[in-house]
Design a protein. Sequence first.
Length: 155
Amino acid sequence: MAASRAIQETKPSLGWLPITCFVLSIVALAASAYLTYAHFVSSNVLACPGGTTINCEQVTTSAQSKFLGIPVAVLGLLWSAAMAALTAPAAWRSRRPEIRIARLALASAGMCFVVWLVYAELFVIGAICLWCTLVHAATFALFVLLMLDAATARE
C-alpha cells in the first residue's frame, strides 16, 4: 500500500494538459466549421493554394470527401464539438470515469479516421488540403496527449 502511494506521488503533474487539449479541440472545431461552411457554400472560399500537391478544392470535392453519404467536414465538425465538450474545464473537473473513457474513445476513433483520410489524400486523391491537415494535426496531438493522460492517470 505504501509503495503504491509512493509511486502515485512520483507521477508527473500534467496541469497544463486540460487547457492544451481544450485549445486543440477549439482549433479543430474552428477549422472543421470553416470546412463545413466551404462544403455547403462553395469550395472557392477555401483560402488554400490550388497547386498540384496542395489543393483543398480537389480534396474537399473528391469522392472521399463523403463517408456513408455524409460530408467528412460535417463529421469533423461533430467530432470536434464533442471533443470540445469533453475537454472543457468542467469535464476535466468531473470525477465521472465515463467522461475520461469517452474522451479517450473519441480521440482514438478520430485518430483512426484521420489515418484513413491521410491515406486517401496521399494515395487516392493525390492532393493535400491544408485546412484538413490542421484538423488532422490537432486530432493527432489530442490523441497523444490523452494517451499520455491515460498512462499517467492516478488511481
